[in-house]
Design a protein around this ligand. Sequence first.
Ligand code: SF4
Length: 245
Amino acid sequence: MADLILATNDDGGPEIFASLQGEGPSAGTPVAFIRLSRCNLACTWCDTAYTWHFEGDERPHRDGVTYDRKANQVAVSPAKAAAKIAALGQKRLVITGGEPLMQCGPIADMLAILPDIEVEIETNGTTRASSHVDIRVDQYNVSPKLSHSGNAAELALIEERLEHYAADPRAFFKFVIASPDDIEEVRELDRRYRFKPGHVFLMPEGTTSAALRDKQEWLSRHCVENGYRMSDRLHIHLYGDERGT
Ligand code: SF4
């Protein structure tokens, strides 16, 4: 049984914690979170760059910071992770990252020990869950990355994967929006993949309450005009841009 590679909290322990889901359709719901390390993309504004932007990684990030891999990753057995999650006493588990679906084997082993917990997965939409994981998933929060993320479209927007998620009634799409220009890209993807009504969220990019509120002023108008839902980032307002929240 392979270990999960998790992100670390400020104290160096695994990033497993209880909080309110801050984004998307379940915002405001009390949940357990587990944050997996590693990602196959490199978004310039990623707010969890400590999961992938390790020393020696030359890909650009706006903060210009790279992280010591040893201090920011911890290997935890599926059984130990499951015990920590169970101890939090929550009905629902959010598996996030990084890109968590890079670790489907140990995720499936962990979920086998948590048979009754509801499962929500945050993914960038470039990869699919294995059948052993997929059968346990109640909700996918799919966040395809637009051109302002700095990722090449051929890496970030994979046709077969987007078609797959667009057809899955469990999948909701959450687009990070930095400027009004980004919304036309969402509309183009919507025309192409025909996302289900009510399943598209536009979420402002930002890691401070002030930045989020500024963008929500114009983003709310675009949501009304296009029939999209707006996502906040509740955890930023409550706790700031901190690990373990
Ligand atoms: S896909 Fe998510 S975790 Fe990966 S670099 Fe982009 S924002 Fe960060």
